[in-house]
Design a protein around this ligand. Structure first.
Ligand SMILES: *Cc1c(COP(=O)(O)O)cnc(C)c1O
Length: 395
């Protein structure tokens, strides 16, 4: 497979399957459960190993992280990647690499809850912040200050699926000497390649769609060699490097990313359209439904006009009936994660967004009747039938 470019699904099977210095190649990726690597020989060998950034101690470098980084770098069309202990480990390390006391960050106001908390904590270290609607490029532009160094947000907002115009945001960032850093966890590079659209760094919680099997916690950051080198130096000091076993699990899962995402997006599209037609559903947030407000943007930037496999929909805010609906569902179940092969739901008003003041919830569209769905790989007709019978709770 050397030097030849095949199509995405094929490449993803082979990228990163070689270990430097290893002359046997097992069919499945080997796992290096070791904290250090022996350097046989004398001080000259020790010296050259450090100089050439060879394998020494596990926190700095490990073949499993390199193998996974190669796959992620291919997926994102970047130059290099760093693999972290979690998505939050990636976000924290990247932001603390490019921001220091006196700098300003503009961040999306619908970010993942812990990312908002992280930015608030960063203000205790002298880093100023402004939260704005990330789907409104003009609002982002207006928030720029002379000390703005980073513009940070998510490609699709949680839970109402408002899309960010990455191209426009990259332009604003670069005109003002700032970096555009994007968390693409909800959408994945299968549906949009943020670096190709001008983002400087793309971050993923690999815990979600990229691993897809709900069994590992891990994160990544991808960008140019120059930027990722800086991130890797900090990562080693902060100790946020990804653990070996989780890294190995994610690299195994990634071989089927194309298959999974194709099915998950196809299912999300079919389920969204079926929900849209259901008389008990007030609103569906997904780009392929009739009244989705950012259809043009979705078509321009996202694969087949679809932003991955996350959607949300609104039922009447009647708790007893929603409870009944949830009990009637046979396939889709409640789980506080997303991106797995099984369809799961979450209820933002009582979980991820429970601490927001009521007026904030209202302005973000988070009603008692809003459910967020992470669509899995089940048969689409089974899923639609399951939701249809459960919605009879509202008859
Ligand atoms: C889950 C998630 C994170 C955090 O990732 P962890 O792997 O749980 O640390 C960050 N951003 C988004 C959008 C997420 O969904």
């Amino acid at each position: 497979m050397e030097n030849e470019e095949f199509s995405f699904d094929t490449e993803l099977l082979y990228k990163g399957d070689k270990v430097k210095g290893c002359d046997i190649v097992p069919e499945a990726a080997p796992i290096f459960l070791t904290s250090a690597f022996n350097i046989f020989g004398d001080l000259d060998d020790v010296n050259s190993t450090y100089e050439s950034k060879g394998y020494t101690y596990i926190r700095t470098r490990n073949p499993n992280r390199h193998m996974l980084a190669d796959k992620i770098t291919y997926l994102e069309n970047g130059e290099d990647s760093a693999i972290f202990s979690s998505g939050m480990g990636a976000i924290q390390t990247v932001l603390f690499t490019f921001l220091k006391s006196g700098d300003h960050i503009i961040a999306g106001d619908t970010l993942y809850g812990e990312s908002i908390e992280l930015i608030e904590i960063m203000s205790e270290y002298g880093i100023e912040y402004t939260f704005v609607d990330f789907s409104d490029a003009d609002a982002v532009k207006k928030a720029v200050k002379p000390n703005t160094k980073v513009i940070y947000g998510e490609t699709a907002s949680n839970p109402c699926v408002a899309l960010a115009d990455i191209e426009a945001l990259a332009k604003i960032a670069h005109e003002n000497g700032a970096l555009l850093i994007v968390d693409n966890t909800f959408v994945t590079a299968y549906a949009v390649k943020c670096l190709d659209l001008g983002a400087d760094i793309v971050i993923n919680s690999l815990t979600k769609f990229i691993n897809g099997h709900s069994d590992a916690l891990l994160g990544s950051a991808t960008g140019s060699k120059e930027l990722i080198d800086k991130v890797l130096t900090r990562q080693s000091i902060f100790g946020t490097t990804g653990g070996t076993f989780n890294t190995w699990l994610v690299q195994r899962s990634m071989q089927t990313l194309g298959l999974r995402m194709r099915q998950q997006m196809k299912n999300a599209d079919k389920l969204a359209r079926a929900l849209e037609k259901n008389p008990h559903v007030l609103k569906v947030n997904y780009p392929t439904v009739e009244n989705y407000p950012q259809k043009e943007l979705a078509k321009r930037l996202f694969k087949d006009g679809m932003c991955g496999a996350m959607l949300s929909f609104e039922m009447p805010s009647d708790r007893a009936k929603i409870n009944d609906f949830m009990k009637r569902l046979k396939i889709c179940h409640y789980a506080p994660t997303l991106g797995g092969v099984r369809t799961t739901m979450s209820h933002p008003a009582t979980s991820s967004h429970r601490d927001l003041p009521d007026d904030m919830k209202a302005s973000l569209g988070i009603t008692e009747g809003l459910l967020r769905i992470s669509v899995g790989i089940e048969d689409a007709d089974d899923l639609i039938a399951d939701f249809t019978q459960a919605l009879k709770a509202f008859d």
